[in-house]
Design a protein around this ligand. Structure first.
Ligand code: HEM
Length: 324
C-alpha cells in the first residue's frame, strides 16, 4: 500500500496525453512511488513465475519481428542498467571488454544469475533464455512493448506482454500506435492519441517519461488478456452477487504505471507497463483515496465505463467505498 500509485489527481477522470517526466518521486497519504523506472516489490518472484507459466502455455505473448533484434538487445541492456541503478547491492552490469565484441557480466542475485555475454551474440545467452528480450522479461515485473519508428510512424513490433488488461498483444503486434488505440472511445476524436504520437516521435535517446492508466478488476488475476476472456469475463457478472465483505476483498483498483523511453542504439521507443492491484478493503483505509475513487467512479461517463469493462459494478464500487 505504501508504494501504490494512486491515479486520480482530480475529482473527475478524462483521457488526456497525461505524460510527465519519469524518476520523480510522488508523495501519497500512504507513502510514495515513482522513483524507480523498474520497480521490484514483494510480488517479484510470484509475478515472474506467473509470466513464465503464461509464456509456456501461450507463446504468442512474446514476439520480436525480424528487424527488432537490435532493439531487443538495447532494451535488455537498458533494463539491466535500471535494475543495477535501483538495486545496486543485488544487481550489477559490468563492461568487461569494449570493441567489436562488447562483453558484459550481468549479476542479479535476486534470481541467482551471474552470466557473461557478448552484446548481439545470442549464442552467449543462457540456454534457457536464448534471446535478450525473453531473458530480461524473466527478470522484471514490467510488461514490455518495443515500438519501431519508420517514416514518421510508430509500430508495436516487439514485446513480452503477459499481464494485458483486456487487450491482446499477439493480435496487436505489427500495428501502428494509432491502430493499436483504435478500440478506445474518445481518443481519436479528441486528438489525444495523435498528440501522444507526436510527443513519442520527438522523445530523445535516454529520455524517460511516464503516465498512469487504471481500471477495476475482480480478484488478483494479472492476465486479463482478451485471449482468456472466457475465463475472467464472467467475473464481472458474479461479482455483483457478492456480499459486502467479499466485494471489498475481491474488487481491486488496478493501476498501470507506464514508462516511455527512447532507446539509445536502435532508436526504438520502449513502453513498460507495470501493474499494481489494491483491494477496495485496503483502498478504503486511506480516507483521501476512498472518497476520491468513489467520486471519480460515480462521475465517469458511460462510454468510458463501458470500454473499461466496469459499467456493471462501478456504481456498487462507489457506494461500497462511501459506506466503508
Ligand atoms: C489503451 C492512452 C501509449 C498501448 C489506452 C487508453 C488510453 C491510452 C487513454 C485507454 C485505457 C483505458 O481506458 O483503460 C495512451 C497515451 C499514450 C499511450 C496517452 C502515450 C503518451 C501507449 C503505447 C502503447 C499503448 C506506447 C504500446 C503499444 C495501448 C493498448 C491499449 C491502450 C494496447 C488497449 C487498447 C485496446 O482496447 O485494445 N491508451 N497510450 N499505449 N494503450 Fe495506450
Amino acid at each position: 500500500m505504501a508504494t501504490f500509485p494512486f491515479p486520480f489527481p482530480q475529482t473527475t477522470y478524462r483521457y488526456s496525453t497525461n505524460v510527465e517526466p519519469g524518476r520523480a518521486a510522488v508523495s501519497t497519504p500512504a507513502g510514495q512511488w515513482g522513483e524507480a523506472v523498474v520497480d521490484i516489490d514483494s510480488e517479484y518472484h510470484h509475478e515472474l513465475a506467473e509470466r513464465a507459466r503464461i509464456l509456456a502455455v501461450d507463446p504468442s505473448r512474446y514476439a520480436v519481428l525480424p528487424h527488432m533484434h537490435v532493439a531487443a538487445w538495447d532494451a535488455a541492456l537498458d533494463l539491466m542498467r535500471e535494475l543495477a541503478l535501483t538495486h545496486p547491492d543485488q544487481c550489477d552490469l559490468t563492461l568487461l571488454e569494449r570493441g567489436a565484441r562488447p562483453t558484459y557480466r550481468w549479476r542479479n542475485d535476486l534470481l541467482g544469475i551471474d552470466h557473461t555475454f557478448v552484446l548481439g551474440d545470442t549464442d552467449t545467452l543462457p540456454p534457457e533464455h536464448p534471446e535478450p528480450l525473453g531473458w530480461i522479461a524473466a527478470q522484471v515485473q514490467e510488461d514490455i512493448v518495443l515500438l519501431d519508428q519508420r517514416d514518421g510512424v510508430l509500430y508495436g513490433d516487439a514485446g513480452v506482454v503477459t499481464f494485458a488488461a483486456d487487450w491482446s498483444f499477439g493480435f496487436d503486434v505489427g500495428m501502428t500506435f494509432l491502430e493499436i488505440h483504435g478500440p478506445v472511445p474518445r481518443l481519436h476524436a479528441e486528438g489525444v492519441i495523435t498528440r501522444a504520437h507526436e510527443f513519442l516521435k520527438r522523445l530523445e535517446p535516454g529520455e524517460v517519461y511516464r503516465r498512469t492508466n487504471w481500471t477495476l478488476t475482480v480478484g488478483r488475476r494479472l492476465d486479463v488478456s482478451t485471449e482468456l476472456y472466457p475465463e475472467w469475463g464472467p467475473d464481472r457478472e458474479w461479482v455483483q452477487t457478492l456480499d459486502d465483505e467479499d466485494f471489498g476483498r475481491l474488487v481491486h483498483l488496478r493501476v498501470e504505471v507506464q514508462h516511455l523511453i527512447r532507446l539509445p542504439e536502435s532508436g526504438a521507443v520502449m513502453f513498460l507497463i507495470r501493474t499494481y492491484l489494491l483491494p477496495l478493503a485496503d483502498l478504503a483505509g486511506v480516507e483521501h483515496w476512498r472518497l476520491r475513487t468513489a467520486e471519480v467512479l460515480r462521475e465517469l461517463p458511460d462510454d468510458m465505463a463501458e470500454y473499461k469493462g466496469i459499467a456493471k459494478y462501478r456504481h456498487r464500487t462507489a457506494d461500497w467505498l462511501l459506506a466503508h
